[in-house]
Design a protein around this ligand. Structure first.
Ligand code: COA
Length: 501
């Protein structure tokens, strides 16, 4: 049965190939898609074919591609492979896209996820030419049921000159009612966002679409790109245990209620390990105000430990995605999917007292964190929502193994090679070695606990030597650095393949 209940919308059904011809060289395109969920499944590959044909003819054809966050090989990967993207924003994690950014053939603007949609609405990015948005169904009145991510879709649908919809029959229609579509306005018109608890609903279940701008409707039934999580290794389990002990102590000290505060958990395997640990741990009646729903959260809903989770997208393994599709009716009682300008909104995060936990590439001895760049220059993924949550959290945590690349890299370094989260925002650093609680500590005090508790023993002595040298040569005793050698470890790795001296 068709998922398009409106005759008007049915009259615009066409193939992805026909719809792709509506996009032109130089267009700014706002796509749906967030961590492999809810991205358009067929239009990007059809567009990539158009772009390739134009390049083969010797014609210029590139678009600016804006999304919610990362998408999939058949979206970012396909467009990047044909050099079809002049500018990409915000978060991405596709290997082909990443290579184009690092080769300098695509520009990339790495912006906080909560800022990305509002910046488009504010006109900072010029006029948006096209919105390409996946939906689960179109209702008879022309409203649409969102699919497995919301991201910036509300903004792109509101602002684009032309709208292309992909109606995906793989997505469960029982997602209806899980979403809460609330759009912010321009500065001066905004009011306080009335969310006082993670599960509060303040908007509509549907996208309200301006029919006059709908240029094409495409029907698909393709799956989201759902990647399996790695089996939990001992390192991830230990990191998760360190965090859980810390939370338990916060409860004991009276700084957090017994059911904790709304948890935010970042992307990746360690974040998922933390959720598994929470599911097995002593805390009950938990809530989550976060960005993505991972497998661990679905399991916690099943076990009754997690009452409610607010996010903007799913980031599930294929098994968990199948379970979600089969049981969306049940899960929609516990999950709210919102636009990312709301899921990641600093105002709400601060009000609720969210406890954030994100992965990092490296931290330095003073507590600055690099989440994005390898050895200072190479983009890995992007800052995503880590800044939205870290800066505004009640307690902000970062997690990482203490070593990378078989021990040739220390995740704790004298000075980070790129700053995403400053010492002013980072409160807790956790590795498999232990946990550094940085609250209330001066830079020199922080260096001591980070080195003692978090650095791998192979690098501790060298870090202490740096601290001693910096104390001698620095031009001030507050945050002592030896600028001549502060990035020597990174330089050595690039030259020799190891940070070890
Ligand atoms: N130096 C160099 N490379 C490093 C490194 C370091 N200090 N630490 C990790 N890496 C490499 C890993 O070896 C791995 O390389 P590979 O892809 O060649 O195998 C890669 O970086 C990813 O590391 P991994 O251990 O798989 O980490 P992860 O999946 O936990 O991701 C981040 C870590 C930081 C990349 C990831 O959390 C991220 O993108 N964060 C920013 C966005 C964010 O926090 N979003 C959540 C907000 S809601």
């Amino acid at each position: 049965m068709s998922r398009i209940a409106s005759d008007t919308y049915r009259s615009k059904v066409m193939s992805a190939e026909e719809a792709a011809k509506l996009i032109k060289n130089g267009d700014r395109v706002g796509f749906s898609g967030f961590t492999g969920s809810g991205y358009p499944k067929v239009l990007p590959e059809a567009l990539a074919a158009e772009i390739k044909a134009a390049h083969d003819r010797g014609d210029e054809f590139q678009i600016a591609s804006y999304t919610g966050a990362s998408t999939a090989p058949e979206h970012d990967g396909a467009l990047a492979a044909v050099d079809g993207i002049s500018m990409r924003m915000p978060y991405q994690s596709d290997p082909v896209m990443r290579n184009k950014i690092n080769a300098g053939t695509s520009e990339y603007y790495d912006v906080h996820l909560s800022h990305s949609g509002p910046q488009v609405r504010q006109g900072f990015w010029g006029d948006l030419d096209v919105a390409v948005v996946e939906v689960a169904a179109i209702n008879a009145d022309g409203t649409a049921i969102p699919s497995s991510s919301v991201g910036n879709n509300n903004v792109y649908l509101e602002t684009a000159k032309k709208i292309i919809l992909e109606v995906n029959a793989w997505q469960s229609v029982d997602l209806e009612g899980m979403h809460d579509i609330y759009s912010m306005k321009l500065p001066g018109e905004n009011v306080a966002i009335p969310i006082n608890a993670a599960g509060d609903r303040i908007g509509s279940k549907y996208y309200d679409i301006d029919w006059s701008r709908v240029a094409a409707v495409i029907e698909t039934d393709a799956e989201d790109r759902n990647s399996p999580f790695k089996p939990l290794d001992q390192e991830s389990k230990t990191i998760a245990e360190n965090l859980l002990d810390f939370l338990g102590n916060e409860v004991k000290q009276g700084r957090m209620p017994k059911n904790l505060l709304p948890m935010q958990s970042g992307v990746g395997n360690i974040a998922n390990a933390v959720l598994v640990g929470l599911n097995e741990g002593p805390f009950e009646q938990l809530t989550s105000y976060t960005e993505v729903i991972q497998d661990g959260m679905v399991d916690m809903i099943d076990s009754g430990k997690l009452l409610v989770a607010s996010a903007t997208a799913f980031s599930l393994s294929p098994e968990a995605a199948a379970k979600m599709n089969d049981n969306a009716k049940k899960y929609r009682e516990h999950i709210v999917l919102r636009p990312q300008e709301v899921s990641n909104n600093p105002e709400v995060i601060r009000r609720l007292g969210v406890v954030s936990c994100n992965g990092m590439i490296e931290a330095d001895i003073y507590g600055n964190v690099n989440s994005t760049h390898i050895m200072g220059s190479r983009m890995q993924n992007g800052i995503g929502g880590s800044g939205d949550f870290t800066r505004n959290a009640y307690i902000s945590c970062f997690v990482s193994p203490s070593l990378a690349k078989n021990g040739d890299i220390s995740a704790i370094v004298p000075m980070v090679s790129h700053h995403d989260h400053t010492e002013h925002d980072v409160q807790v650093i956790i590795t498999e070695q232990g946990l550094a609680d940085l609250r209330g500590l001066s830079p020199k005090q922080r260096a001591k606990v980070i080195i003692e508790n978090c650095a791998h023993p192979d690098y501790r002595e060298a870090l202490l030597e740096y601290v001693a040298r910096a104390a001698k040569v620095a031009n001030g005793a507050h945050t002592p650095h030896d600028l001549a050698t502060s990035h020597e470890w990174h330089r050595r790795f690039l030259e020799t393949g190891s940070m070890k001296g």
